[in-house]
Structures are given as structure tokens and as C-alpha cells.
Design a protein around this ligand. Structure first.
Ligand code: 2PG
Ligand code: MG
Length: 418
């Protein structure tokens, strides 16, 4: 089946910012995909093309849309729809830059995801299976969700703050049970927050988590653990944090709240938090340029917990290879729009698996109703996801898709880490 056309339109994400929706037609098949967008972005991410005109304060994406309608459309027309690799490399070739700055990573990745959906349709198989085939993986795994229930940092308009505090129902037996555990905790946390800080404390940040009026990090984590305990799940839930520490790194030091830390002091601080609050995973504990700090952190905690690279790696093989060599971390946060194509995302995941790293498939803080990454997590058999709190349809689109997939897999469904 051959591609008849590729086209695009400007639509809107969960923060009300313009984003790209690509549409692809092959025979009777028409499929679409929408791109997500980050706030605490890594400086080496592929370029998200924005119009920089007066409309939408420069955030319009009509240039990216036009690149799809004209250049990408003429390049891909007539290609086989199930040739994902060829489709992606044709776009990379057309762009010709390392960071997709000509066409825009938002243009390329939306077409890439829509093409994968159409490719799966053409083969009459589910998307997760199609992505699994592309990755050479046959073991479909429903991910343990890392759910960001207390938002901070850029996602909550706060400075010098750890960005995400997540509950992870590691002890659940199924994804379905993981959802029950997480939502029950979420609702208890909501009432604890309201009791402590009044009704405004029930309001939420970009990823659906609450925004605590607490300065002290320990108090925040205590509050979450209290909710876990009241819900009766202390034995089934671990915590994870995404520090997004590039945001509070200045002149070689880290600033959290009123405190200043060197990389060594910060490592000690994380070590204490890990012991006290049953933390199994720390993401972006060090800043993207602080490769020495990363190495120290992994040397100290890497054999006990998961050390996840997000801004550090930007889902890019070049940085993953460096991090493997330097033992900078032991897990990849995988974001498709960070690298800008499905094929490259799969390559990054496979390189990580090969090095015995874990992979966490992740959303962006600016999300949409597109649930592509739910299928990707299962297809890769990654075993872990990070899609925000279990509220708001931009986040629950992914969780609800995982519930459908678990049901479809029936007895063959596996939940948990790869
Ligand atoms: C992160 C992400 C998603 P953003 O830092 O991991 O939670 O945030 O999309 O803003 O980069
Ligand atoms: Mg992150």
C-alpha cells in the first residue's frame, strides 16, 4: 500500500499552545498523530520549529505545518506505508541537519508517528505489535506507571524546586490494579492537601499533580507517603522523583529552596531521601552539562536505584553512548519528540536495553489526546512509563489505552519491568 498524501494542521496542546497534527493517507487508510511539547527541555533536543511571529506569542507552528504539506508530502508520496525506516530516513535526508532544524522535529515526528499508525493498519495488527516488530521485540509488557502526583518546578511556576514526585505501584499484579492503587492514593492525597492548605490546594499543575504550598522537600514526600499509607498500599508502592535539576543549576552549584548544594552534597541529599522515602528512581538528579556530577551520583546510588537520564541524553544515541561509556546513569527516559522520529526512538531504546539499562517511556508536560506512547511502551516491552497523574484526558488517554491493550492481551498480558 502506497502513501497518497501527507498533510498537517495546527491544533492545540494541553497548555493551549499550538502544535502539529499530521495526517497520512494510503489507500483506504487515514491516520493521524499529534506532537507533545516540553517546558523543561534539554538544550540538545531536536528543534521544535515555532513561527516566531506575533500570533500566539511566536508559538505558532504554521511553518512546520507547511513543511509537511509541501516538502515532506512530495518526498513521501508513493512510498510504501509499511516501510517505517525508509520513511523516517527519507525525512532525515530531506532535513539534512543533525537536529532537524530545517523541517522541524515537530513536523518530522508527527509524520513518523502517523506513518507507524497507518503501517500497523495496513498490516491489520495493533500499533503496539507493529512497534514491537520494528523494535525486534516480542515480549509485550504493560508498564509500571510513574505518576507525578505533586508537581513542581516549571510545571507549577516554581523556582529552585524538584519538578516531579511520583508514585509507582510496583507491587501491583496487573496494570488494571496499578490504576486502582494510583487513583485511590491520588484522591486521598487530594483530601490531605485540602485539609492542610484549604480548597485551592486541590488545584493542579501541568501534569495533573497537586502543587504543594510546602517549601521543604522532605515534608512533600512525607505527605505523599502518608496518602499511600492511608490508602493501605505501603507494601505495593515505591516513589520516584524527576529533579529536572538543569533548571536549578547555576555556576556549578544546585539550589533547592533556600539551600545551596555542590554535586557531592546533592548526591548525599538524594541518598538520604532514597533511604527515608522508599525512592527507587531518580531522574535528572544532575544538570545536563554536569557529566562529572552524574558519574558521582551513579557511582554512589546506581547499584541500589534507577538513575534516569532525560535532559542528559535527549533520547539521542550519541549521548546514550557517552553515558554508557562513562557510567553516567543506568536508565533512559525515552521521549519521541526529543529525537524526532519513531525509528531513532527505537534505536535509542534498543541501545539502552543492550547495555542492561532500563527504559522509561515518557510524555511531555504539554500533552494531547494522542496515546501513541502507550503503544510504544508496550511494544518496546519497556516495563515503565511516565505519563503524569491519573487525571485529565491528556494523561488518561494513555492510561486508558494501556487498559485496552491489557484487556486485548488477555492471559498473555505481562505487567512490570522487562
Ligand atoms: C520531564 C518532562 C516530562 P517536560 O522533564 O521529564 O515530565 O517535562 O516535558 O516539560 O520536559
Ligand atoms: Mg525529566
Amino acid at each position: 500500500m502506497k502513501i497518497d498524501y501527507v498533510k498537517a494542521r495546527q491544533v492545540f496542546d494541553s497548555r493551549g499552545n499550538p502544535t502539529v497534527e499530521a495526517e497520512i493517507k494510503a489507500g483506504k487508510i487515514i491516520e493521524r498523530a499529534i506532537v507533545a511539547s516540553g517546558a523543561s527541555t534539554g538544550s540538545n533536543e531536536a528543534i521544535e520549529l515555532r513561527d516566531k511571529e506575533t500570533a500566539f506569542k511566536g508559538k505558532g507552528v504554521l511553518k512546520a505545518v507547511s513543511n509537511i504539506n509541501k516538502k515532506i508530502n512530495s518526498k513521501l508520496k508513493g512510498m510504501g506505508i509499511s516501510a517505517q525506516k525508509e520513511i523516517d530516513s527519507a525525512m532525515l535526508e530531506l532535513d539534512g541537519t543533525e537536529n532537524k532544524s530545517v523541517l522541524g522535529a515537530n513536523a518530522v515526528v508527527s509524520v513518523s508517528m502517523a506513518a507507524a499508525r497507518a503501517g500497523a493498519k495496513a498490516k491489520e495488527i495493533p500499533l503496539y505489535q507493529y512497534l514491537g516488530e520494528l523494535a525486534g521485540n516480542k515480549k509485550f509488557v504493560l508498564p509500571v506507571p510513574q505518576m507525578n502526583v505533586l508537581n513542581g518546578g516549571k510545571h507549577a511556576g516554581l523556582e529552585n524546586d524538584i519538578q516531579e514526585r511520583m508514585i509507582c505501584p510496583i507491587g501491583a499484579k496487573t496494570f488494571n490494579e496499578a490504576m486502582q492503587i494510583s487513583t485511590e492514593i491520588y484522591h486521598i492525597l487530594k483530601s490531605l492537601m485540602k485539609k492542610k492548605f484549604g480548597s485551592v490546594a486541590g488545584l493542579i499543575g501541568d501534569e495533573g499533580g497537586f502543587v504543594a504550598q510546602i517549601k521543604n522537600e522532605e515534608e512533600k514526600l512525607e505527605l505523599i507517603l502518608k496518602a499511600v499509607e492511608e490508602a493501605g498500599y505501603l507494601d505495593k508502592v515505591s516513589l520516584a522523583i524527576d529533579c529536572a535539576s538543569s533548571e536549578f543549576f547555576k555556576d556549578g552549584n544546585y539550589f533547592i529552596g533556600e539551600k545551596k548544594f555542590s554535586a557531592g552534597e546533592l548526591t548525599d541529599f538524594y541518598s538520604e531521601l532514597t533511604e527515608k522515602f522508599n525512592i527507587y528512581s531518580i531522574e535528572d538528579g544532575m544538570a545536563e552539562e554536569d557529566w562529572i556530577g552524574w558519574k558521582q551520583l551513579t557511582a554512589k546510588l546506581g547499584n541500589k536505584i534507577q538513575i534516569v537520564g532525560d535532559d542528559l541524553l535527549v533520547t539521542n544515541i550519541k549521548f546514550i553512548e557517552k553515558a554508557i561509556k562513562e557510567k553516567s546513569c543506568n536508565a533512559l527516559l525515552l521521549k519521541v519528540n526529543q529525537i524526532g522520529s519513531v525509528t531513532e526512538s527505537i534505536e535509542s531504546a534498543n541501545l539502552s536495553f543492550k547495555s542492561n539499562w532500563n527504559v522509561v517511556v515518557s510524555h511531555r508536560s504539554g500533552e494531547t489526546e494522542d496515546s501513541f506512547i502507550a503503544d510504544l511502551a508496550v511494544g518496546l516491552g519497556a516495563g515503565q512509563s511516565k505519563f503524569g497523574a491519573p487525571v485529565r484526558s491528556d494523561r488518561n488517554a494513555k492510561y486508558n489505552q494501556l487498559l485496552r491493550i491489557e484487556e486485548a492481551l488477555g492471559k498473555n498480558a505481562v505487567f512490570g519491568k522487562k
